[in-house]
Design a protein around this ligand. Structure first.
Ligand code: GLV
Ligand code: MN
Ligand code: MN
Length: 409
């Protein structure tokens, strides 16, 4: 008889602490932007930990890292994991928690002397955040064939480097063909990054689907001029136009209410000087909705507004799409699996959609997929103060372990 496998919370917390020394920011939080030196150090540590557990490590051509634990039968594996990169001012849990909880699940199975029927495949996908190189979830998108490898390699980041150059530089352009393992199912454990579970006092969320999203770069060309001598009605001010767009994006999202979100997260002005009317501005727009129809409506409203603004200010406004994904609904049997597993373990659980993008949304194109959420204190994420209580980390990891066992046996 083998013992039933159990998550060792202290071991999971220990690995989170050790890993988060990489790219630690003063005051808390982490910066491990995709394909940076910090990302490489994190990858090296993860690969070492995977090998310590006897997992067979494979790196594919977009740098996704897989650690496979053998099963009793040579069947398609149950895959689980997330990402280890962060935004520039990221927290300690976004992505990393799902990967390290997956590692802990493998070790819990070792401790219990348990070999599953199907193999298990723990994965850390490349560049989930997309902060440095758009789009987000690049590694999983390439993996499922939604973006050609060559096109991904050619993406230029905010610092001018390309994905291909940086992957080779850090030594993670692997030999395996993306998509080489076709999973039986994919499960991703992640922090909620929003306030719903905490507000309702639930430990676990069963994720029904993922928001649709548009990322856009807007480039404005006006005319630089003297800030003191140029009459206000003779200006073609790219800085003013950028400000108007930011205000419009927020207003549209608020007017559409419900699930519509709108963010201008990045604005650059040229020449960016106190006494020069800006000649050029480049900004990003992030529009999201869990329904496609209102998302398309928001996109149309923005396009009309940009046309009017360009005409009114006699400036040129050009747009470039950085990402466009339709909303994704996960299959009911996968959502139910998460829900039932959580309930059987005694955790209060509810179904909810995700307003954040995730690798699971891409993997859903390849196999049945879903996600497990745990609460985020204050709903805070993409913030160095991101926090999830140890009891919730334990709950999520336990649900992952047990749901994986069901899928694998
Ligand atoms: C990806 O992590 C996103 O939702 O921005
Ligand atoms: Mn994430
Ligand atoms: Mn994130």
């Amino acid at each position: 008889m083998t013992a039933s496998p159990r998550i060792d919370l202290d071991r999971l917390l220990g690995r989170l602490d050790a890993f988060n020394r990489i790219g630690a920011l003063p005051g808390g939080g982490n910066c491990r932007l995709a394909l940076s030196d910090e990302d490489r150090a994190g990858r090296d540590l993860l690969v070492r930990w995977m090998r310590d557990l006897g997992l067979t490590v494979t790196i594919d051509a977009i740098g996704n890292i897989f650690g496979v634990r053998r099963g009793r039968e040579n069947l398609p594996p149950v895959m689980f994991g997330s990402h280890i990169d962060t935004v520039g001012t990221g927290g300690r849990y976004d992505g990393l928690y799902g990967v390290l909880a997956g590692l802990e699940a493998c070790q819990a199975l070792d401790d219990a002397g348990r070999i599953t029927r199907r193999p298990l495949a723990l994965v850390a996908f490349t560049n989930e955040e997309g902060s440095r190189f758009p789009p987000y979830a690049m590694g999983s998108l390439v993996y499922v064939g939604g973006l050609a490898l060559e096109d991904a390699y050619a993406v230029r980041g905010i610092d001018g480097a390309t994905v291909g150059e940086e992957l080779r530089r850090i030594g993670y352009a692997g030999d395996a063909r993306p998509g080489f393992l076709k999973p039986h199912a994919y499960l991703e454990l992640h922090i909620e990054q929003g306030p719903v579970l905490e507000n309702e006092g639930r430990a676990v969320g069963a994720v029904e689907g993922i928001t649709g999203l548009r990322w856009m770069e807007v480039s404005i060309t006006g005319r630089s001029a003297h800030a003191g001598t140029t009459p206000m009605d003779l200006r073609h001010d790219a800085g003013y136009a950028a400000g108007e767009i930011a205000v419009f994006v927020r207003r549209v999202a608020r007017e559409m209410a419900g699930q519509q979100k709108g963010t201008v997260g990045r604005i650059e002005l040229y020449p960016n000087l106190v006494n020069v009317v800006a000649e050029r501005a480049v900004l990003t727009v992030d529009l999201r909705n869990i329904d496609n129809e209102p998302l398309q409506q928001a996109e149309r409203k923005l396009a009309d507004f940009l046309d009017r603004l360009a005409a009114q200010e006699q400036i040129v406004i050009a747009t470039r799409s950085l990402a466009r994904f339709d909303p994704v609904a996960f299959p009911n049997e996968m959502v139910s699996l998460v829900e039932t597993t959580a309930q059987e373990l005694g955790f209060a659980c509810r179904r909810l959609p995700s307003g954040a993008g995730h690798d699971a949304q891409m993997m859903a194109r390849l196999c049945p997929a879903s996600m497990i959420f745990v609460p985020s204190a204050g709903g805070l994420s993409h913030n160095v103060r991101e926090y999830t209580a140890p009891e919730h980390l334990h709950a999520g990891a336990s649900v992952l372990l047990n749901a994986v066992l069901r899928l694998a046996d």
